[in-house]
Ligand binder design. Structure first.
Ligand SMILES: [Ca+2]
Length: 281
């Protein structure tokens, strides 16, 4: 039995008008590319008061090589140059691939100003996130290698953390370090170096998280950290995986710089692909 209104003339006209509008909209969509949607802050960032996009790199243009007009990332800056791996845009994509050949010290992209402006934001607290894809390099074993997204004290990078006695103290927050399949290392380091001695650190003891969604699975994941005074909370795909309250003064006062990397101690290697990096404040 047909629907009662199926043949109603007015309904037909309305339907025809809607269809015409839909076709017109589709044509406009073909002609005018959809405007990229501005990112919105994750709920956990907004809830903490960090809903302003302070930094965003979608890697839609080459933003780190010497030829780039806007240079946001510096290869291996501060980290024992020359690089032993590579960091390069994947062909015809908006993805940066970071690799290590399986020997220390790996490959780093440091979002840090060598020049002064416009590269000099001082991020003190906020929400830091990156969309990344980790996969095993040759051999498939990832026991001795780790792809990572992390934050390091900007004054430490700038060699400005030495006190009157010649000692240094600085902070490191590891948003995500991939140590082996199914593991997500979420760490905070309060580093101290006495004179020219070996640096020692204090970390959060419960830092190695077993996660059901293996982050070294070749799939895209979002890794985030909520950095607030006295407490750091980590997220995988916007789900909290760890939190730690601390009294590390360096981690409450020093500005931090985002870093992307692939590192290895020996033998195996890991591939870290990066889609975007965002900082909310
Ligand atoms: Ca991208």
């Amino acid at each position: 039995m047909p629907l009662r209104h199926a043949g109603h003339p007015r309904s037909s006209r309305i339907l025809a008008a809607v269809a015409a509008l839909t076709c017109a909209a589709a044509l406009v969509g073909l002609i005018v590319p959809a405007r990229p949607q501005a990112p919105t802050a994750p709920a956990q960032a907004s809830a903490a008061g960090f809903s302003t996009l302070a930094f965003s790199d979608e890697f839609t243009a080459d933003t780190y090589t010497g030829a780039a007009t806007t240079r946001l990332w510096w290869g291996n800056f501060w980290f024992f140059p020359p690089p032993v791996g590579s960091a390069a845009m994947l062909s015809s994509t908006d993805i940066v691939r970071i690799t290590t050949p399986g020997t220390t010290p790996g490959t780093h992209l440091v979002n840090h100003p060598i020049n002064s402006d416009p590269y000099g934001p001082n991020y003190v607290f906020g929400y830091f996130e990156a969309r990344m894809r980790f996969s095993a390099g040759p051999g498939g074993d990832v026991k001795n290698s780790w792809g990572a997204f992390w934050l390091l004290s900007k004054p430490a990078i700038e060699n400005q953390v030495t006190d009157a006695s010649g000692n240094k103290a600085w902070c490191e927050i590891d948003v995500a370090e991939m140590f082996g399949h199914g593991l997500l290392n979420t760490t905070i380091h309060s580093w101290v170096q006495i004179g020219s001695g070996t640096p020692t650190d204090t970390i959060n003891p419960a830092h190695l998280n077993t996660v059901t969604a293996d982050p070294i699975d070749g799939n895209w994941h979002t890794f985030g950290v909520l950095w607030q005074e006295g407490v750091v909370t980590w997220f995988l795909d916007d789900v909290q995986v760890a939190t730690y309250s601390h009294s590390f003064s360096v981690c409450n006062t020093q500005a931090m710089t985002p870093i992307l990397s692939s590192q290895s101690l020996a033998g195996d290697s890991q591939i870290a692909d990066v889609d975007w990096v965002r900082v909310w404040q």
